[in-house]
Design a protein around this ligand. Structure first.
Ligand SMILES: [Zn+2]
Ligand SMILES: [Zn+2]
Length: 433
């Protein structure tokens, strides 16, 4: 069997060079006092250094950002959308599960003079939220994206939208994308002297001809505004505990956990271990229950049968344990595999223990994406499993944020029962490496 290199379906995957991985800066404004607050694109929480307010950021659909020209031209500005995707793409074939980092942009309209990607521009210039900027534009419009990458179409557009055609490799590969950042980034252009000009550099685009200028007319779109939600427990008003990159937070006052969902804070069940030591720290995992169709996977025994291993636990409900934080991809799958196969620990709903709880930084929707890849990574023999990959489906039924105790060591956190060690730095890094 010839190994194939599977490409991300909409963007050629570039191995991430060091220079590509610099984080993007977004210039926000504190909605309470107006002070400038600069965040990274993976931050979900705005903490104002002046008035001390802490707000969770939310927007309908994808986050939209734009570059703002320092000296706006007299002509009408078009803000051209680029899809921004940064994250991890897993793919598997009959031999192995592979992963790639994706850190890229792709032009969202079909207009040949425009560069296909934004290149290094976002690292050199800061961005502003497009929704709050749109209203202040004197003469400018945001172009609606017309080129929609298949992975985005699959995951983020309503059902019934035309699906991309099956790829040639479909029978042999399955892909999953775990996004750290997915947004639309707009760059301004305008028309002058029969050419299309870059409004940031104030010079014509390469290869811009007068014929193409006539095409510089797009369906418009108003980017959705940002919504700011106070980081306070909706149940008791207490400060929620979490970091700037948290996707879920806990309230120690009324013992509840919350995540952002469609502009509201949504209560989510959490589980803590029945047994823990005072010197341990808790790492968050998403404990997920799926309903499978087309494959018999209801109990832990079914999973062990798939993995050609055995378990003494009979008739246990099959729960998947996916780290709710970013780890190097190999370790991420290993952690999920070991925790899921062992299901070693009794969890129950009780008070949060008085120990350090690490932030959940990987959203539930992203974690749920990798269930098929996780199954492929543990199936023995994989070839037979892969032949069935397209014939079964998994529907998420229940999700619990569960905190697994790890013992802190000098450079790592260790969970001896799995066994698993997590590099300390992985919990503070902002990406999957
Ligand atoms: Zn403020
Ligand atoms: Zn509370």
């Amino acid at each position: 069997m010839v190994l194939k290199i599977f490409l991300f379906p909409f963007i050629a995957i570039n191995a991430v060079k060091k220079s590509d991985s610099a984080s993007w800066k977004i210039e926000h404004q504190c909605p309470q006092c107006g002070a400038p607050v600069t965040l990274e694109e993976t931050d979900h929480l705005l903490a104002c250094g002046y008035c001390r307010v802490r707000l969770w950021l939310y927007t309908r659909g994808l986050f939209s950002y734009c570059f703002v020209p320092r000296s706006p031209p007299m002509e009408k500005i078009w803000f051209i959308p680029y899809w921004r995707f940064k994250g991890l793409a897993f793919s598997c074939n009959q031999e192995q599960v592979r992963h790639r980092f994706v850190d890229t942009t792709l032009c969202g309209v079909n207009f040949p003079p425009l560069p296909r990607s934004l290149g290094f521009r976002p690292q050199a210039l800061s961005l502003k939220p497009a929704g709050s900027f749109a209203g202040s534009l004197i003469d400018g419009a945001f172009a609606r994206p017309s080129v929609i990458p298949s992975a985005i179409r699959d995951r983020f557009l309503p059902k019934g939208h035309p699906r991309p055609s099956a790829s040639q490799n479909r029978r042999e590969s399955h892909q999953a994308f775990i996004g750290e950042a997915l947004s639309l980034v707009h760059t301004p252009v305008y028309e002058k002297n029969g050419k299309v000009w870059d409004a940031l550099l104030n010079r014509p685009l390469d290869h811009s001809s007068s014929l193409q200028v006539k095409e510089l007319l797009f369906p418009e779109r108003t980017p959705p505004p940002l919504t700011f939600l106070p980081v306070l427990c909706p149940q008791c008003g207490w400060d929620l505990e979490g970091s700037s990159r948290s996707v879920a937070m806990v309230c120690r006052n009324c013992q509840s956990a919350w995540c952002l969902s469609q502009g509201n804070m949504k209560w989510i069940p959490f589980g803590v271990p029945s047994q823990w030591n005072g010197d341990q720290e808790l790492l968050p995992f998403w404990q997920l229950k799926f309903q499978f169709a087309g494959i018999e996977l209801n109990t832990l025994e079914d999973l062990h049968r798939l993995a050609n291993t055995s378990t003494s636990r009979q008739n246990s409900t099959l729960l998947f344990w996916i780290p709710a934080f970013k780890l190097p991809p190999r370790l991420f799958l290993q952690a999920a595999r070991r925790a899921t196969l062992s299901s070693f620990m009794e969890f129950r709903k009780e008070d949060l223990p008085p120990v350090t709880i690490h932030s959940a930084t990987l959203a539930l929707e992203e974690a749920a994406q990798c269930v098929k890849i996780l199954l492929a990574s543990l199936a023995v023999p994989r070839r037979r499993f892969m032949e069935r990959m397209d014939s079964f489906s998994a529907k998420l039924e229940e999700a619990t944020l569960s905190f697994v105790p790890f013992s802190p060591k000098a450079h790592e956190f260790v969970q001896p029962h799995l066994p698993l060690s997590v590099p300390r730095r992985a919990l503070y890094w902002k990406r999957f490496i």
